[in-house]
Each structure stands twice: as structure tokens, then as C-alpha cells.
Design a protein around this ligand. Sequence first.
Ligand code: FES
Ligand SMILES: [Fe+2]
Length: 442
Amino acid sequence: MSYDWEGLVQEDRVHRALYTDPAIFNAEMTKIFGGTWVYIAHESEIPNVNDYVTRKLGLRPVIVLRDSNNILRVLYNRCTHRGTTLCRHEKGNARAFQCPYHGWNFLNSGKLRGVPWADGYSADIKDEKFNLAQAPRVESYRGFIFATLNLEAPGLLNWLGPMTKPIDEWLDRNPGGKIVVCEANRFKYKGNWKLAYDNSSDGYHVIYSHRSLLEMESRLSDEANKGMAYYKNSPDSLAMYVQYMGNGHHFKDKRPNLQARPGGLWAIESTHPGKEYAEAEFRRKYGERADSLLDLAGSEPVNINIFPNLSLLGNHIQVFQPISVNETDAVWYGTRIEDVNGDIGDALGTINALRMRTQEGFPNFGEVDDLANFEQIQVGLQCEEDEWIYMNRGHGIPDRVKTNADGTITAPATDEVFMREYIKEWKRLMKGPTPLSIKREP
Ligand code: FES
Ligand SMILES: [Fe+2]
């Protein structure tokens, strides 16, 4: 495939083809969702030996599992006989998988264990070519499991680079620093996957796109400073900022807007059913500790966006899963916390129940606004002759965008510099040769 990548991705605008061309989408499934590290599951979803979940690596169906020897693997969920989907469940616990078609049986290391009526084969069914394909590289960072098919990609830690700091802070605000991933709110939209990633640090749209949510929050709480209210007046003059972190990752940090005190986070938590009752109970029961305990339930005001498909925001993990050039799944996993060192005590259950409430709000009342925008962009991009869309906010204004000593780039909260920078990484990956490989158990 030969494209004029420099022509399609310019300094302040990109061509509509990035979002509408099926050939570009297919190349992305190789060069990005294959050629670079892709988030695939969280370790807490497969805590025990033989646990598995089924996911996709780009369009490849895979089984992410902890095998009988406690090794994390990403097996292709594709029988080596005739290619059908081997495991048809979303999750479970299994030492082996039997193909529903002709009954070939595979250990969870990927090795073919046996086939029905083996005397009908002249071929050696112990040949490794019959073992399941699997991702040659699987690594996890603090519970987040990533996979790549590119042996030449940098190590996961290098690739995350300065992103490890916001990830660490997001985890370590809970004593013990562990989260458990829970069930999900599942959304689908008729638009390209990059529309969601473009939006994930976008501070420009909030007050307009989410106006009804902001108005409802203010009305129900009798206060004007809940939820995302800090976007209301002049967001660029506030302490919050957006930062491009390299390798396609970006970070929106709204924490500097908060009052730095116990309870400062809970003070801006949006309204939800049972909130006032739970808060009064905490104050009665825990006295001075109540504020810091309630903060553990509050939505962390950050957007930690890990290219190409993972966002940590509030108390959520959001995953973008491409389906086709104009169809994407956007999955919002809730998280609960654990009392690793016994610091939280009997407040844990209520904190996790409150976290669940905080996690119902935005996906139901805010994500729908965003998805409507993505779908309408995809409609607008059908206008073939009107070729460009812009990501030029903050571009060319002296001193507005700052490059830091570590190479990261900081800008006011509504700037689109993060889009301009991540799309350069996208272009670099799309231009380059991508040596993909699989491995099989010997
Ligand atoms: S396709 Fe799996 S056993 Fe035939
Ligand atoms: Fe939004």
C-alpha cells in the first residue's frame, strides 16, 4: 500500500481518509494493533491459574490467560485445524480447550493435546505447526497486560516512558495501590476508533457537548462546582493542563484545580443516588477519617490515555476496540479497590458501592454525548470533496505550548496539541516496515 503520508497528515490538519479509507484501517490493524503494544486485559480479570478471558488484538480473536504454570499468554482463538473460533465464552477457567467443530483439544499453553481418531492422520500431530499461534511478547505493568506481535518494539516500560508516573499515581492514591477490574458498560458507535482517541484529552468540547449533564449536576446539587464544572468559565486560565507524553500517549490532568485537602476530591463529586446518606453515615461513623475515606470513592480527575486503545479516567478503565473503519466498541470497565494492608477496614464495602455509583454517571449521561459527536463526524466525513479536519487549536501561538526538559509537551487544557503529536506517532508507525511474528509452543 502506498500513500502520501506527509500529505495526509499535516501540521495542523488531517485528511478525511484517515477515518474513512478501509485500506488504511486494514493497515492499522497490522501496523498499530499488532506492531505496537496494545492493552489486552487486566491481571485481576484472570487472578487464578487457568483463568481466561476472550478479547481481540486488533481484529484477531485471542484468549488471554494464565496457564497451568501461571504464565500469562495471549493465544490466538483460532483452531489450527480449520480455523474456527476455539473458545466461544467470554471468560472462564480451563486447563484445556476443545474445538467445537471436530474436537481437537489444546492445553492452555497452546499445545495440541490430542485429536479424535488420530489413526486417520499420516502427519505427525505432535508437530509444533499444529499448536495454537500466540503473541510472542506479553508484558504487564502494574496489572495492565499488553501484547505486541513486533519483536523489534521497545520493551513495555520504555514504551510507556513518562506515562508510568500518572499510572502509578492513579493506582497509589488507594492504600496498597491495587484495583480490581469489574464488569463493564458496553457502548458501540458508528465511527472510526481514532475519533474516540482524538477526544480522550479534548478539553475544548466539554462545556458544549456535555451541557445537559453539567446543568443537571448543578441543579441537583444546588452547587455550581460539581463534576466537570471547572470547564465552565475560562478553562485555559486554570491550573489544569494537557500533556503529550511521547509514543502516542497523552495525559489530561485536572487535579491541580482541586483544593489540596482531605475531602477535596469528594467535594466535587457529582451527585448520585444515596450519596448524601452515605456521606452522613461516614461522618457519623469515622469522624475525622471520613474525608479521606470518601476521597477513595471519588472520581480521580485525570485522563491517562495510552496509545492506541486504553484510557484510565475517573475510576474507570476505558478500552477502544476497532471493529471496522466506521465501527468501534467503547467499553467502560468499573474498578473496585482492595484493602491490601488493612488500612480501610469496614468502610471498604461502602466505598466500593459508592465507586460503582460514580461509575454509572458519566458513561450513561456523558459518553452518549461523545458518541453522538463521533457518529456525526463519520457522517460529515462522507463529504468527499471537503477533505480536511483540523486539530489546530493552540498551534502557532508563541509561548502557549511548552516543551519540557524530558521532551513532554504541556499546553492549556483546551489545546489540541496532543492530537497533533499523537497523529505524528501514528504516521511514523504507518510509514514504517512492520515485522510481525507469532510463536508456537515447541
Ligand atoms: S476446526 Fe477445530 S477441530 Fe476442526
Ligand atoms: Fe466528552
